[in-house]
Ligand binder design. Structure first.
Ligand code: FAD
Ligand code: NAD
Length: 467
């Protein structure tokens, strides 16, 4: 006898698990199938969480080595205990993935370990180590996420030539680490290993880092990361990695526009040129769903082309971010339960957790210029913020963009300590369609970094008072 459900979700990452919890809260009979062995998906197991655990620890390690003395803190020689640093990362992952199992129980979600495959409308097969069973369901949600985009000619072995997954678990600090791609993963994980002692060379195909982010922000970030010791080779492509010498890798570089090649040595190469949707073996053909040229499943308010089959998260369009997947999962469950689920794609923040951090929401200045939209801009440097000065963290600025006529906030872009937390204020303001004046006239606590946000908002109307 097959079991029957209101909703079966395939994939237990931020898209799938949040969809499952919300569906459970709304009284639906729901199961979530996950093949990895633990819940939480890429985010908790090999993404957001382990990378942030290493970013936090490595930032403290660097601060202890370079900043403590000037603050009057004397220590002995600072030494790296890499196994312990990796161990605390694994503990964070373990605790949080188990936490989701607890949340499933609390919200009446059935967790099914195995690989899910759509057999047809309302039928999903689960393969648990070769033992198969079939579930009957009114609705199916696809939340199978994404995987690393491979680079033709470069074979990832997760030891010397690694993806982000291997780079989260290197057993030794590489002497030289070459990153292919100056995107979010490269800059975050490159920062980790640079702080722990690696020489980091960043090879980027384009003539800028962090494509898609506001270019003024990206330029400022590149200057700061270069000062920290990262060596950027922009407008350059990797054409091959020779692994034949067990002592050293040979990485061949070429100008992106063609020209003479150059070979550099490396101990480790990190391939981080993006991620692609993962839908392998999912049985999409059994319900007539076709993916687009890049492998994404198209959706209209999370509905796929097949009746009662829905899709959320990295395997459908939009930014590949955990909180985007989460919001889609929640809204999708609400729609399935007959409620009004909605995601505002204009207000999805993006954060790069380097030091300083970068945070963005809404339109970039480049986009507004391209659109020909009249806008005003307020910008405030952390150099003029009292808390940033007392914390010796004066790198960066806050920039707020508002409509020239209505003053509605259209976007905000920040680089500086803790801006990943501070961006939420502007997200909320934008959800309420606030004007820059609304933020400028809101009392902010002193002395805090958030005062820079207020001063930048004042700057939109030309009355920043502290710079
Ligand atoms: P996933 O998290 O990929 O989950 C999909 C799950 O489905 C997987 O666990 C997979 O095993 C399972 N699955 C696939 N096929 C099947 C099947 N047939 N049957 C059963 N299960 C299946 N985003 C942020 O917002 N902030 C960050 O700081 C951040 N840091 C990141 C750092 C790294 C190194 C990486 C790689 C990613 C990071 N991301 C970050 C991106 C974030 O991890 C993803 O956007 C997010 O995990 C997407 O969620 P998802 O639920 O769509 O997919
Ligand atoms: P990305 O898209 O952020 O950056 C990839 C970079 O590689 C780009 O700059 C691109 O121009 C470059 N590139 C592409 N092909 C290249 C080539 N052949 N040679 C050299 N450079 C090349 O991708 P990522 O850094 O791999 O991250 C993947 C996804 O994971 C992103 O979508 C990101 O949203 C998500 N992520 C988010 C966070 C965060 O939110 N803090 C952290 C890590 C990952």
């Amino acid at each position: 006898m097959s079991k029957s459900y209101d909703l079966v979700i395939i994939g237990g990452g931020p898209g799938g698990y949040n969809c499952a919890i919300r569906a459970g809260q709304l009284g639906l009979k729901v199961a979530c199938i996950e093949t990895r062995g633990t819940l939480g998906g890429t985010c908790l197991n090999v993404g957001c969480i382990p990378s942030k655990a290493l970013l936090h620890a490595s930032e403290l390690f660097e601060a202890a080595s370079t900043e403590f003395a000037a603050l009057g803190i004397k220590t002995g020689e600072i030494q790296l205990d890499l196994p312990t640093m990796l161990g605390q990362k694994d503990e964070a992952v373990d605790g949080l993935t188990k936490g989701i199992e607890f949340l499933f129980k609390k919200n009446n979600v059935e967790y099914i370990r195995g690989k899910g495959r759509i057999l047809g409308q309302g039928r999903v097969e689960v393969d648990a180590d070769g033992e198969t069973s079939t579930l009957e369901t009114r609705h199916i949600v696809i939340a199978t996420g994404s995987e690393v985009t491979p680079l033709p000619g470069v074979t990832i072995d997760e030891e010397r030539v690694v993806s982000s997954t291997g780079a989260l678990d290197l057993q030794k600090v590489p002497g030289r680490l070459v990153l292919i791609g100056a995107g979010v993963i490269g800059l975050e994980l490159g920062s980790v290993w640079r702080r722990l002692g690696a020489e980091v060379i960043v090879v980027e195909y384009l003539d800028r880092i962090l494509p898609g982010m506001d270019s003024e922000l990206a330029k400022a970030a590149q200057r700061i990361f270069a000062r920290q010791g990262m060596d950027f080779r922009l407008g350059t492509k990797v054409t091959g990695v020779d692994t034949s010498d067990p002592a050293s890798l040979s990485v061949t570089l070429e100008p992106a526009s063609g020209g003479d090649s150059e070979t550099i040595s490396a101990d480790t190469v990190l391939v981080c040129i993006g991620r692609r949707p993962f839908t392998e073996g999912l049985g999409l053909e059994n319900v007539g769903i076709e993916t687009d040229g890049r492998g994404f499943i198209a959706n209209d308010h999370f509905r796929t082309s097949a009746e009662n089959v829905w899709v959320v998260g990295d395997c459908t369009h939009g930014p590949m971010l955990a909180h985007k997947a989460e919001d889609e999962g929640v809204a999708c469950a609400e729609l399935i339960a007959g409620k009004a689920g909605h995601v505002n794609y204009g207000v999805i923040p993006g954060v790069v957790y380097t030091a300083p951090e970068l945070a963005s929401v809404g339109a970039t200045e480049d986009e507004l210029k391209k659109e020909g939209r009249a806008y005003k801009k307020g910008k405030f440097p952390f150099q003029a913020n009292s808390r940033a000065r007392t914390n010796h963290a004066t790198d960066g600025f806050v920039k707020i963009l508002a409509d020239a006529e209505t003053d509605e906030i259209l976007g905000a872009h920040m680089i500086g300590a803790n801006v990943g937390e501070m961006i939420a204020e502007i997200c909320l303001a934008m959800e309420f369609r606030a004007s820059s004046e609304d933020v400028a006239r809101t009392c902010h606590p002193h002395p805090t970094l958030t005062e820079a946000v207020r001063q930048a908002a004042m700057g939109v109307e030309g009355w920043s008072m502290q710079a």
